[in-house]
Design a protein around this ligand. Sequence first.
Ligand code: UGA
Length: 435
Amino acid sequence: MSLVQVIGGGYVGLTTAASFCHLGHEVEVVELDPARRSKISSGSAPFFEPGLEALLEAGIRAKRLRVSSPDTAEYQSAEFVFLCLPTPDLPDGSADLSALYEAVAIAAPRLSAGTVVVSKSTVPVGTARQLEALLARSDIALVSNPEFLQEGAAVSAFLNAERVVIGADDAEAANRVAALYAGIEGRVVVTSVESAELAKHACNAFLATKLSFVNSIAALCELNGADISEVTEVMGSDSRIGPKFLNPGPGWGGSCFPKDSASLLHDARRAGFDFQLLQATIAANEQSFDRVVERISDSCGGDLKGRTVAVWGLAFKAGTADVRHSPALAVIARLHAAGASVVAFDPMVSRIEGVTVAEDEYAACAGAHALTVLTEWPQFQWADLGRVAEIMAARVVVDTRGIIDVDRATHAGLQVWSVGRAHHGGTPDASSVRS
Ligand code: UGA
């Protein structure tokens, strides 16, 4: 059993802390925010993440998990210090590393010799070297151990990791960090510090590129009478491509892909490389948002002024309440700019600035001239479409996630544009508007 200190009680920090605790380690979470600290110490998660609360509760009950402030943290007893701090994007696309620097500056003089400091936050390549310089302790090793956790499935992603990446100069420090993960079946990949940092960015940028590509192929399907689910089935059955991350959508978002792709692009430029592919990936994502709005506009007879659009879904994907860089918000901003009124519903998001949020999916549709599905919540898939058709002012659905059964919707009297499928039923015109 080792004392693992986790600095930062956000998605990554708490998942890391609760999972290490589950693996048998003693863990101290160091969190700045008192409200967050009191929630965690009572065994509740300050945000929605399936499975996390059960592990937190178990850790606290077993007295293996505790929470401290940066002032009271037991730095001197920590054998490992995991840095799990946010690295948000600055206006120029670069990552704001100030929280990391601050945490290292506080910990540096207090740590005991032999402690391993582990950088888990997603950071530009070269950050660990800067942290090492700031630490200025030759008796302390600094290791990069990037996270690959998907929100909504973070605990399972940690405990069933396909690989644990450890970037280290010091083989002994790498082995000690690897030993913390004993009990996890994924293979340990030891690399240089720089490779580990860049690998994390490369994974996210590659996945974002895969999605931009799929969304572009979906556009071609719509224009050519092909069906994206058939095309991706063929693509995904090629083991060189793989079946995951081939679901088309309104565009990609979340707290990671947009910020990390902007950061990688910024770092590439600074290093002297014009990363045109990544630039195109980001531009194609904006094009996806624009296309969704064009579709909605078409379905409203070509003009959104004075129209009301019902939006199903605000979270950036199903399984989370997170709306950071949500595609839904990008689409809503464009709808507002085009003069439409928006009434939204999301099962996990009840309030959001600048958006009218309805009580349920049906209330959102009352009097709407179009409905658009932007998050793939299962309850939307099984909604009573007859009821939806009854209360809308015009019976049009723009389904960007491809979860609405077109036959069922057609039977209910709705016209559906489903992502990556040729539109059936003709473009609705103004005469289909009932009020
Ligand atoms: C992403 C990565 O998947 C994680 O491996 C990584 O650790 C994490 O970022 C991070 O850097 O911390 P996450 O942001 O939770 O995880 O979200 P994803 O599940 O990757 O989804 C990102 C976006 O892609 C969402 O808007 C989602 O709806 C979209 N998506 C994903 C699709 O449109 N289609 C798909 O097939 C998959």
